[in-house]
Design a protein. Sequence first.
Length: 135
Amino acid sequence: MKKLLLACLAISIVFLLTPIPAAAHHGYAAYDLTKILKLKGTVTDYELMNPHSMMAFDVKDEHGKVENWVAEAGHIRLMHDEGWTSDTLKVGDVVTFSFHPAKNGSHSVDLVSVEFPGGRVLWAHSSHEKIPTDF
């Protein structure tokens, strides 16, 4: 009986001391949530996925040079709740992206919404306050 108790205690200690990876979510500290910028761009990639949906788009700068941008959006369920589907965007679509820019000036952004030709708007995070599209 003592050996069994000792063995259970030893196994318990091993399990308690074994590191377990923590599932953590990064915040929005990389983005300037006080600013919302708008850019019209051409979709180059679009994926609804967990933990974040992603879309890539190209924008021509004032000199005609193409800049590549990547936008991070909500998870699949949230995006579906906002009206997104797997074929909402297609490569080649030209839409207007509204987003929180990266604090470091990179072209990686936190997407707020997408405005389609004709004026339809889809939001990318239900937790964001819905903002007017004419800001």
